[in-house]
Structure formats: structure tokens, C-alpha cells
Design a protein around this ligand. Structure first.
Ligand code: ADP
Length: 649
């Protein structure tokens, strides 16, 4: 500490300490007699200045039964430091007992002989932290006023010759007291848990700095003492030198909350979040020094940010899953819903709970009520129901939620909502398919069974004319069954991505000319191959043959009147295109987008053109696996052209 500037007196120093964000009190003796308490501490206690001079137990009787009085006793007797964070304390404020949470420290302050002469008690109300800047400023004003009073008193003193000697002696005594008290104050500053650094205004020389401040900036004492602040901490100069200059010029304090600062701590750059104050120390209206009070809040900020981050991720996940969310207050019967929830229910805004309930399909209302009743008992809400939109459409929803209880009573349900219309449609399609597949298999099996029963009857008469006919009929039924089973196997292979490609290079025209011999032999249709006869591709010939056979079979099946079936080969860029055209009835435009779906059959009524609705799905899977495209152009009454493309290399 340089003594070239006037030292602050005892009262000034205590006043300055009072402006700290931290509440401070000084206790002496085993009973923790309150020798000093900052305004902040008095406010925290919810008492007034009459507590000064009382023991803590007299001043705050409500502390009886709480640990603090015993802790203070221990600190006094054993000379130890006891601290705590987020510690609850019951305090009577405004006539009522409340629980507050504090970061506190009871520090035994010792003289040179190591004997405890007081307890420095610091506390931060971490429930709500704020710096009462006006308070500090008015205290500084008071400080200035009392300085003036002191000066006036001195003048009076000088005027009185008779009192001079006595006064001089008094002054000497006072000076001694002040020196001693100054030393005590400096000890307190040194040991305070909040970082304090005092900087001389005229040249920014650091005059005093405590250990907490050194710890915060990650420097050794010798790196700061007698240095100018920005020589000592150059990495903060760019951002904060102008701010400090402003405070020196204007005399107005600067408060910062959660400022992000990169400091080179112990040689390593580190990002910290700091709450700090640049507090001007005024003398005769002039700023003579800046007191920096700083506390690191990095852990708190990082914890808060990580919570915010998690919340954001949950929100994104909910959005990505297109999940609606709701928060139902069972006590006040109010439901808060997300935008997605409203949309799924067919509303463009939040509406009252009853209104959401009112659009549930009449047949599903009982399900919903039963699910809510069960949820109160089990803690889990789950049901699926249909909702009716104002445009007349029906949508399936799945509601899931968790029930929250208070004093054994269900008070709240938090949950999610999914639109499962598509899922239900697929489920329905699958059910339909199973019934079709069973039906399809039943016909040839019944016929096979009948043939075998007849064969059984005539088996002892090898000359019977029926035998070859029955064998033929059985074998046709068997053929039909194995074709159906083959289709089913292909689908399950395709969906399990087991479809392996065995690629060879071949001429497309040759494949088209040699395939579908069954159609050519039957003679009902003529297969005409046109286009680029030389085009060669590398692909799995067997699979491509299967695709072509499927398309030709469909043409035969669904366009029986189409005498000519055209197969066209062309090159489009780096793709080969193969098309199968018939001149049959064509396909309705609304059905076209679904043709390549699994289990889709354009004509669902009647089984005369029976099939499982799998052929085109399998074709699409094969072509996709080859990196090609498949499609259809069709117009009712004008026939259909099914085409696919394959990469040339
Ligand atoms: P399926 O086993 O029912 O034949 P596909 O997947 O092969 O199944 O065909 C799906 C539907 O597409 C058929 O049910 C049929 O209604 C329609 N379709 C396919 N090819 C033609 C065509 N050439 N002309 C008219 N409709 C067709």
C-alpha cells in the first residue's frame, strides 16, 4: 500500500465495505456480539440498527434451534473459518418467518499473535442478487458530507487555543485508532471472499488487491501490486479500459452482470463469467480511486446455459418428431398446448380444453374418458382416438402423458400427441392384405384338395381317364400357390433388403425378345419390341427379366383386349429406358400415385383379376436397388405405359 495518498478513515472504510454486494457483519466474543453489521446484513436479518451491541441470539431470536449460533461459537473458540453455499436460514422479516438461501462465511480474523479478535461474517443472498448502487452513491455522498463536517470541526478546534493541546492529544489517539482500524479493515479486505482491487484514479496504479481477486484473475500478488491495472491484465484492456475511464470522468459507478471475459489465468486463456462493479471512491467531489468488486459466476452461467441447451434440444426433437405437446392443469381445468398440438386437432390456435375434447369422434369419447380415469390411478395416460376436423376429415391421434400429484391428488398431466393417421392406414392395409392373401391362397388350395380327393378315389383304376386331368388340375393349382408364395417371399426379401444383385452385361433387346414365352405361346397377345436394339446394360438380368415379366403379365391381366403389347428401348442421357405399353382401359389419375405401394390394388372390389398388389412394389424395389427410376403414364380409355430406367454404367 502506498501512503502517498490520504488513507480512508475507519468510518469511511466501513461505509465503503457496506456498499459491497456481500452482506458483512463483525462479531466478537463467544456470544457473537454484533459489533458491526452492514446495511445489507441488517436488511437480510430484517432488523434495524438496534441489533448493534446485542448477541446474535438476542438480536435474531428466531435463529434459536438453527446451526448458526453454534457455528459462530466454534469459529470464535477454535479460530477456524466456516463457510457454506446455498444454506437455508429461517429469518423473521416484516414480522413473518421466511426461508432464505445464502452463501456465507464466518471467518476468524486474527491479530499478529494468532488470536481471534473478531469474526468477519459475510453473506450473499443468492435468492435474489442485486447491487444497490443508489445506496452506495448516497453513502459516498454522506461520506463527503461527513468529511466536510470533520473539516469544520477541525477549524473550530484550531480556533480554540485552550482546547488545542487536549485536542491534539485526542487527535493523536484518534490517529492511532484509525491506523489500527485501517489495518483491521485491510485485513478484512484481504480475507473477503469477494474479489476486491483498489486502483488509483490518476495513474491506474493498483494500490491494494485481495487474494480472492488474485484467484479470480489467475495472477500472483507480485504481478499486480504496484503495476497499472492494464499492464497487469492487458487482455481485458480493450474492452474495459474505456469503461473505467468513463467511471473516473463521470463519478458514476459501472455495474456488470455475467460479463463474458477471456482472462489469461496462470498462463492459460480461459473464458469466465463475472459480476463486477467499478465503484468510484470520491474525495472532495474528485474521483481518487476505483474500487473493483468482482465475483466469478462461471459455474452458474454454464449450468444455466446447459439447461437452456437441453431445453432447446428437447424442443428440436419434439419438433422433428412432429409431436404436439400439452400441459394440463387438472385443478383449474386449463390446458396449454403447442402449435403442433393445435394443428393435429384441426385448430389454428389454442382453444379451451373442452373444445379439444368436443372434436373427438363420438365413438371414441368413452375411450378418452376411461383413459383419463385410468391415468389418475396408474400415473400414465395413453389412448388412441379419432378427431374430426372442420373440413370433415378424420384423423387418428395417439395421446400419451404423465400424471403429477400433490399431496396424493393428481394436479397436472404433461404429455405428447402424435398424428397416427398414416400408421393406422398402413395397419388397415396390412389387415386387408392378410385377408386377400388368405383368400387368394384358399382358392387354389380348395381346388388342389378336391383334385387330390378325386385322385384318392380313382387311384386303384390306373386306366381311369380322370387321372391325367386331375394331375393337370392339381399341378395348375400348385403352380398358382407357388407363384403366390414366391410373390410373398420376394416382398419379405425386398423389405429385409436381402435382394442381392448379380450383375452381368447384356443386350436389352435380347432379354425382351426371349422373355414372356408363356404369353407368346398362349397367342392371345403380340409382343412387339421396338427402339434401340443394340443398347447394352450391366444389371442383374434375372431381376430385370422378373420386372419385364411382371409388367407384361399386368398388361395381359388388366388390358386383356389389348392385342398388341409394345416393349420400347431408348437411351435418355446416361440411362436406358424400357417401357411396356398396352392399349387397355388405363388407370384413374387418383390411383396412379399409389400403384407402387405395397399391397396396393387399384380395383379393390372383386377378385376376378386377382393379385396381391405386390407385383409393382417388387418391381420398384428392384429398380431402386439398381439406381434407376420407375413410373407410369396412363389415361383412362387410352391404355397405360409402365416404364423404368437403368444406369448405363
Ligand atoms: P396385383 O398383384 O394386384 O396385380 P400390382 O402391384 O402388379 O398388383 O398392380 C397394382 C395395381 O395396378 C393392380 O391391382 C391394377 O389395378 C393396376 N395395374 C397394373 N398394371 C395395369 C395395367 N397395365 N393396366 C391397368 N391397371 C394396371
Amino acid at each position: 500500500m502506498s501512503h502517498s495518498i490520504p488513507l480512508l478513515n475507519n468510518e469511511q472504510l466501513l461505509q465503503v465495505l457496506s456498499s459491497s454486494n456481500n452482506a458483512v457483519a463483525v462479531h466478537v466474543a463467544e456470544d457473537a456480539i454484533i459489533q458491526y453489521a452492514s446495511d445489507r446484513m441488517i436488511a437480510i436479518w430484517g432488523k434495524d440498527r438496534s441489533v448493534i451491541g446485542k448477541s446474535l441470539e438476542q438480536a435474531l431470536p428466531e435463529l434459536k434451534g438453527q446451526p448458526f449460533i453454534d457455528l459462530l461459537k466454534k469459529v470464535w473458540n477454535e479460530g477456524v473459518t466456516i463457510s457454506g453455499t446455498d444454506t437455508p436460514a429461517q429469518l423473521e422479516v416484516g414480522g413473518e418467518l421466511h426461508t432464505y438461501y445464502f452463501d456465507f462465511e464466518y471467518r476468524a480474523v486474527k491479530d499478529d499473535a494468532g488470536k481471534t479478535y473478531c469474526i468477519l461474517h459475510t453473506a450473499t443472498d443468492v435468492t435474489e442478487r442485486f447491487l444497490n448502487v443508489e445506496k452506495v452513491q448516497s453513502l459516498t455522498e454522506e461520506l463527503r458530507a461527513s468529511n466536510e463536517e470533520l473539516r469544520a470541526a477541525n477549524e473550530e478546534l484550531n480556533a480554540s487555543n485552550e482546547e488545542l493541546n487536549e485536542s491534539q492529544q485526542n487527535l493523536r489517539d484518534l490517529y492511532d485508532d484509525l491506523t489500527e482500524s485501517d489495518l483491521r479493515f485491510r485485513n478484512m479486505v484481504r480475507q473477503a471472499p469477494v474479489g476486491i482491487c483498489i486502483i488509483r484514479a490518476k495513474d491506474l496504479l493498483i494500490q491494494d488487491v485481495n487474494d480472492s481477486y488474485l484467484e479470480l484473475v489467475g495472477r500472483r500478488r507480485e504481478e499486480l501490486e504496484n503495476q497499472t491495472i492494464w499492464d497487469a491484465i492487458p487482455e481485458a484492456a480493450e474492452a474495459y479500459a474505456p469503461v473505467m475511464n468513463d467511471v473516473i470522468r463521470s463519478g458514476v459507478a459501472f455495474n456488470a452482470r455475467e460479463h463474458e471475459v477471456t482472462l489469461t489465468r496462470n498462463g492459460v486463456p480461459e473464458v469466465l463469467y463475472i459480476d463486477f462493479v467499478y465503484e468510484p471512491v470520491l474525495n472532495d467531489g474528485q474521483v481518487t480511486a476505483i474500487m473493483v468488486l468482482a465475483i466469478a459466476v462461471t459455474d452458474k452461467v454454464i449450468a444455466r446455459r446447459s439447461i437452456e441447451d437441453v431445453e432447446e434440444r428437447i424442443r428440436l426433437a419434439v419438433e422433428a418428431a412432429e409431436t404436439g405437446t400439452f400441459d394440463l392443469d387438472l385443478v383449474n381445468r386449463i390446458m396449454l398446448t403447442s402449435d403442433r398440438f393445435n394443428v393435429i386437432f384441426g385448430f389454428d390456435r389454442q382453444v379451451p380444453w373442452e373444445m379439444f375434447a368436443s372434436v373427438i369422434h363420438p365413438d371414441d369419447k368413452a375411450t378418452r374418458i376411461a383413459a383419463h380415469e385410468a391415468a389418475i390411478k396408474s400415473g400414465k395416460l395413453f389412448y388412441e382416438a379419432r378427431v374430426l376436423h372442420s373440413d370433415g376429415s378424420t384423423h387418428w391421434v395417439r395421446v400419451q402423458g404423465k400424471v403429477y400429484y400433490k399431496d396424493g391428488k393428481a394436479v397436472r398431466i404433461l404429455g405428447t400427441l402424435l398424428d397416427i393417421t398414416e400408421f393406422k392406414r398402413l395397419q388397415q392395409q396390412k389387415d386387408d392384405f392378410i385377408s386377400i392373401a388368405s383368400h387368394e391362397l384358399k382358392t387354389p388350395i380348395t381346388s388342389l384338395k378336391a383334385s387330390l380327393q378325386l385322385l384318392e378315389r380313382v387311384k386303384h383304376d390306373p386306366t381311369s381317364e380322370l387321372i391325367p386331368k386331375l394331375i393337370d388340375q392339381s399341378s395348375r393349382s400348385m403352380h398358382k400357390i407357388s407363384a403366390l408364395v414366391e410373390d410373398l417371399l420376394n416382398v419379405s426379401r425386398a423389405s429385409k433388403t436381402e435382394l442381392k444383385l448379380n450383375k452381368t452385361t447384356f443386350t436389352i433387346a435380347e432379354l425382351l425378345n426371349s422373355c414372356c414365352s408363356h404369353v407368346r405361346i398362349a397367342g392371345k397377345h403380340q409382343l412387339i419390341v421396338q427402339g434401340n436394339m443394340q443398347l447394352r446394360i450391366t444389371a442383374d438380368e434375372h431381376s430385370i427379366d422378373q420386372v419385364v415379366v411382371n409388367l407384361v403379365n399386368n398388361a395381359v391381366k388388366y388390358a386383356p383386349e389389348s392385342k398388341d403389347i409394345f416393349m420400347m428401348i431408348s437411351q435418355e442421357g446416361d440411362m436406358a429406358k424400357i417401357a411396356v405399353r398396352d392399349t387397355g382401359p388405363g388407370i384413374a389419375p387418383e390411383k396412379i400415385p399409389h400403384l407402387f405401394d405395397r399391397y396396393y390394388r387399384a380395383e379393390s372390389s372383386g377378385f376376378q383379376n386377382s393379385g396381391l398388389g405386390l407385383g409393382l412394389y417388387i418391381c420398384a424395389e428392384i429398380i431402386k436397388r439398381h439406381g434407376g427410376d420407375i413410373g407410369v403414364e396412363s389415361e383412362l380409355g387410352k391404355g397405360s405405359t409402365f416404364w423404368f430406367t437403368l444406369p448405363l454404367d
